[in-house]
Design a protein. Sequence first.
Length: 321
Amino acid sequence: MSALLDVQGLSVSIGNTALLDEVSFSVERGQILGLVGESGSGKSLTALTITGLLPLIGGRITGGRVMFDGTDMARLGETGLRKLRGRRIGFVMQNPMTALDPVQRIGEQVDIVSRLHLGLSRKEARSRTLDLLAQLRIPEASAVAEAYPHQLSGGMKQRIVIAMALAGDPDLIVADEPTTALDVTVQAQIIQILTGLVRERGLALLLITHDMGVVAQACDRVAVLYAGRLAEEQPVGSLFERPAHPYTKALIGCIPRDGMEAGGLRGIPGTVPGAAHFPSGCRFHPRCDRVLETCRTRQPLLRPLSPSGAAACFLVEGKPA
């Protein structure tokens, strides 16, 4: 099966600063890919590039390509991108508190998506909106549609943002940290609803998160970003059972577990370097507890993993992919 979204060798810069360096991954219909990494790894920048919003922050693609259903996104003008955004590519913004217009009723904000992209009448659009709100398990959908954003909880606002992403009947949803600032119970509900709708509709979902627990719960495959480079990509089961890159192992080690003793939760020493201060060689080597001398001077290339996947680490045996 050919991938709906195919990102190959993607490099992105803002001004003279290179931020993404030859990032590659793909997402098929009916598949959920988790794009994970700490803040500053390049996850949201990747989302903006995929949705054609990179120029809004002064960015540009300097290498590679983003293919959506066989179309090179970089070759589309703004008119072509607008036909895709909202209609075939839905975008769940990172912060639902600021993603909604505070002076417009909820129903109107969801209605406009299906009116613009599906050509529905006002009555048809409102019927679709109420149906979406019901699918997202929003009680009293008619009353919520007449409410303003400030009258809703954070979890309810996140459901509304998801409804807006679904209203155009897209093939791909890009969800950028859809559970940020929500409590654990609401997070679980949002992820369950979102993944359930993806499975039912046969959509593709790129789920961007820093939460490895969410990844384990929701994803089919996982791509791990660190400082603008792909560290590892594997099926979710293989990644948690046999993580190949030290950074992936460190992220998994940060997951809280039942029965964990006080003080048992581990962190990763140091921080993700800023783009102006990326180290030479492997960008993770200053924080790595298994660093080799060659890691300090040479950039590791992606090496294949069994049964499928790849990792950019000198500790992985095999020839570079």
